[in-house]
Design a protein around this ligand. Structure first.
Ligand code: ZN
Length: 136
């Protein structure tokens, strides 16, 4: 089990953590299997989506923001971040990604993102690997 520290610089942001996850596979000499990428936080999320056009990320964040405004008058939660809690549950707190030959089997246009909904702050992401090492 490994932890990645991810530092966000805006309230809402999608940060590509694919390279950090793949680095762990390399360090562990993990060759074939699956890895679970999970966060223990309640106001961010983990997802897999397009890494080619940055407009996809801004459209996703923009749509969620319009769907769930931070200043929704019916929210009661005193921290004033109920929008972030809801977005976190909609996006989910983990993804499972298979890997082969030590490389994530992401599609050509896919990346693993930590979705910040209540930044800026430092987040911890857990990477748990289930698989076998390279046979020598
Ligand atoms: Zn809260």
């Amino acid at each position: 089990m490994h932890k990645i520290k991810v530092r966000s610089s805006e309230r809402e942001e999608m940060i590509d953590i694919s390279a950090d996850v793949e680095k762990i596979l390399g360090a562990e000499d993990a060759w074939d299997g699956v890895c679970v990428v999970f966060t223990q936080h309640t106001t961010c999320g983990i997802t897999v989506n397009e890494n080619a056009d940055p407009d996809v990320q801004s459209d996703m964040l923009g749509f969620l923001k319009r769907l769930i405004p931070q200043d929704e008058p019916h929210f009661k939660h005193g921290e004033k971040n109920s929008d972030a809690h809801i977005k976190s549950s909609l996006v989910g707190c983990s993804v499972t990604v298979p890997f082969e030959n030590g490389k994530l089997l992401l599609g050509r246009w896919q990346a693993i993102y930590m979705c910040e909904f209540d930044g800026p702050r430092e987040r911890k992401v857990i990477v748990s690997i289930l698989g076998k090492a390279r046979t020598k």
